[in-house]
Design a protein around this ligand. Structure first.
Ligand SMILES: *Cc1c(COP(=O)(O)O)cnc(C)c1O
Length: 357
């Protein structure tokens, strides 16, 4: 059996609903969501629409479904979506854009997950009938595999100007938009303003068990509702889930600053371990990539050693790991995680006779 994990930095999806959130869920007013009669779902959708400065919003089971439905509404088969090469829609949704919308993703190479208007102009295809039609630009705020990078308003406006030149629509994957809001003091509606569609995840840093909310124009949401039904995402007494979202928007947004401070603390301690490098320029939010190459020990082996001490950090590839802070890990937790990492690295490379020096 796997050892029990006390400090889990493998993802910010691992949070469990707090007792107060569970009470809010238990007390939720509910109705039939499919008929538009669930008061808690309706309240959540109104709230997120206002938060993002959009006309309407739709409650969905997951962020992945928000992305897929948005792509379905924006694109026709053969259309192309311009997105960062490390984007969730590129590497983590089972090629859903191709499977459902018949859309093709044009990946833009970027280590931070952020790209520019010039990158968009270079990616747009212009010649002839036999090209895929460029249709949509997607921005991930924050850029998960860029290291939780926050796109600045200037960077967003640069993309938006390029998209407008070519009549492209703009979609924001805002799985961690609220992290960006707290980290930058820019409001969610200002970040979302240039986008035709944008969503937030409730089940990442906000700490809910389930759910995401997709927002856009009334017309966009009307079309998105059709896909929600079609994909089996329409629910019944979903107010129990929406109540968790309303609770999180009241109580779990400002505290994201603690997660960011804990991520910086963890990175500072990890960077102090011989051979461990922080594989990103800045720690903007709650995500820290570690590069272990110089320790000579593979990430899988390090992961095994720290898991034996009850600490988990995600393995990204042979020498890279990814740590995410969240509301179930406090300052002491990240300090203990860094201590465990230090011991695991110091134990040396089992494949090398000269290890441990
Ligand atoms: C987690 C994540 C998603 C998908 O959200 P789920 O709710 O897990 O389906 C999409 N985009 C990004 C950037 C994410 O981190």
């Amino acid at each position: 059996m796997a050892p029990s994990i006390r400090i889990d930095l493998a993802s910010d999806t691992l949070t469990k609903p707090t007792p107060a959130m569970r009470r809010a869920m238990a007390e939720a007013e509910v109705g039939d969501e499919q008929r538009g009669e669930d008061p808690s779902v309706n309240a959540l959708c109104d709230r997120v629409a206002r938060l993002l400065g959009k006309e309407a919003a739709l409650f969905l089971p997951s962020g992945s479904m928000c992305n897929q439905i948005a792509i379905l509404v924006h694109c026709r088969p053969g259309d192309e979506v311009i997105a960062a090469d490390s984007a969730h829609i590129v590497g983590a949704e089972g090629a859903g854009a191709a499977v459902f919308a018949g859309a093709f993703v044009h990946p833009v190479a970027t280590p931070t997950g952020v790209f520019s208007g010039a990158d968009v102009r270079a990616a747009v295809r212009r010649l002839g009938m036999k090209i895929p039609r460029s249709r949509l630009v997607e921005v991930e705020q924050t850029a998960n595999r860029g290291g939780g990078t926050v796109w600045s308003l200037d960077e967003i406006e640069d993309i938006a100007a390029a998209a407008a030149e070519f009549g492209l629509s703009l979609h924001m994957d805002g799985a961690r938009l609220m992290n960006a809001v707290v980290a930058s003091d820019v409001s969610a509606d200002r970040f979302a303003a240039p986008f035709d569609s944008a969503w937030i995840d409730l089940s990442k840093g906000l700490g809910c068990p389930v759910g995401a909310v997709l927002a856009g124009s009334a017309d966009f949401i009307e079309q998105a509702w059709v896909w929600k039904h079609r994909m089996g995402g329409a629910m019944r007494q979903a107010g129990i889930l929406a109540a968790a979202g309303l609770y999180a928007l009241d109580h779990h947004v400002e505290r994201l600053a603690e997660d960011h401070a804990n991520a910086r603390r963890f990175a500072e301690l990890a960077a102090d371990i011989p051979g461990v490098r922080i594989a990103q320029e800045r720690i903007d939010t709650n995500i820290v990539f570690l590069d272990l190459r110089e320790t000579g020990t593979e990430a899988e082996e390090i992961a095994r050693r720290i898991e034996a001490e009850g600490v988990r950090i995600g393995v990204e590839d042979r020498f890279r790991m990814r740590a995410l802070t969240h509301l179930d890990v406090d300052r002491q937790g990240v300090e203990e995680a860094a201590d465990a990492l230090r011991r695991a690295v110091r134990a040396g490379n089992p494949k090398s006779a000269r290890s441990g020096s």
